[in-house]
Write a protein that binds this ligand. Structure first.
Ligand code: AP5
Length: 214
């Protein structure tokens, strides 16, 4: 199963990708997670990406396409993958088409997740992640059992640098301007499933799994 998850920042792509990893036994490929790992490891790519990410802007297409090229050529992608947060621009979508052509692969489904900007702001300003294992929580919708501690590994929880009100607004503007056209780009492929992502985590999970089984 080769899947693509598209939606605004904070719509729940990462949260739902975790269920899809389990269901289909395929890796999640999140460009955001890959960039944050580079920042943590203080690589030159991470140093460059951080400037864009902190401002809520997109990292240049060429950097992202090189990263995806390396990742899709790894053996664990042979049986499929979940692309999360990529492609985010038309040049990235066209670059992915070329790459898939070289790999003799096709996408099976594109899941488009939709919610209002006001709900996005509520979800992102209350998101917390574990410093140790990266598990994601929400102080309102999915809180940890013990305040500020990860349920799985007891690691401390932190707020992402780009989850402040100004950067969230910039990310939303960038989404409307540069990523929404990617949804139109894929409509012709007739493998798009549109999901209303305003609901509980488990409701959205069931809606996505149902849409993929059709
Ligand atoms: P990235 O890391 O991809 O961030 P994003 O797209 O902004 O998405 P998020 O990870 O913030 O949200 P999500 O949809 O995964 O939501 P989550 O499941 O965490 O990108 C960060 C930056 O990196 C970009 O701004 C850009 O600079 C750069 N970048 C990355 N990819 C790039 C690319 N391809 N090209 C160029 N630049 C790129 O959920 C959010 C919160 O809501 C959590 O607290 C969660 O618990 C909660 N939640 C989830 N579902 C529900 C629900 N149903 N009900 C209630 N709460 C929910």
């Amino acid at each position: 199963m080769k899947l693509l998850l598209i939606g605004p920042p904070g719509v729940g792509k990462g949260t739902q990708a975790n269920f899809l990893i389990e269901k289909y036994n395929i890796p999640q490929i999140s460009t955001g997670d890959m960039l944050r790992e580079n920042i943590r490891n203080e690589t030159s790519l991470g140093d460059e990406a951080k400037k864009y990410m902190d401002a809520g802007k997109l990292v240049p297409d060429e950097v992202i396409l090189n990263m995806i090229n390396d990742r899709l050529n790894k053996h664990d992608c042979n049986n499929g993958y979940i692309l999360d947060g990529f492609p985010r621009t038309i040049p990235q979508a066209k670059g992915l088409d070329i790459l898939l052509g070289k790999l003799k692969q096709n996408l099976d489904s594109i899941v488009v997740m939709k919610i209002s900007d006001s709900l996005i702001i509520k979800r992102l300003s209350n998101r917390r992640s574990c410093k140790e294992c990266n598990k994601v929580y929400n102080l309102i919708f999915d809180p940890p059992t013990i305040s500020n501690k990860c349920n799985d590994c007891s690691g401390n929880l932190y707020m992402r640098d780009d989850d402040n009100p100004k950067t969230i607004q910039n990310r939303l503007n960038v989404y409307h301007e540069q990523t929404e056209p990617v949804i139109d780009f894929y409509h012709n492929k007739k493998i798009t499933k549109e999901i209303n992502a305003d609901g509980s985590i488990m409701e959205i999970k069931n809606n996505i799994l149902n849409s993929l089984s059709k």
